[in-house]
Design a protein. Structure first.
Length: 75
């Protein structure tokens, strides 16, 4: 959460928006459904999907932040 707000503070709002779109809408929701219903894990499957999605987002944020492209964004 903190590193995504670092992008926003630097004026780069596009990067966190794209990462959140991918990790939450395209990963967490479908994965939560698959783990909860077809895999028959119920609430535990949804919790796993949340953990997987949050971890994926954190890894992506750190990788992109370390590349430093956010420094070139003009406000």
């Amino acid at each position: 959460m903190v590193i995504s707000q670092a992008f926003n503070g630097a004026g780069d709002t596009r990067t966190p928006t794209i990462i959140n779109l991918i990790c939450f809408w395209m990963l967490e929701i479908p994965l939560g459904y698959v783990l909860a219903i077809p895999a028959n894990l119920g609430l535990a499957g949804v919790s796993m999907a949340i953990a997987i999605s949050e971890t994926t987002a954190a890894i992506l944020f750190v990788i992109i932040f370390r590349r430093g492209a956010w420094k070139l964004v003009k406000i």
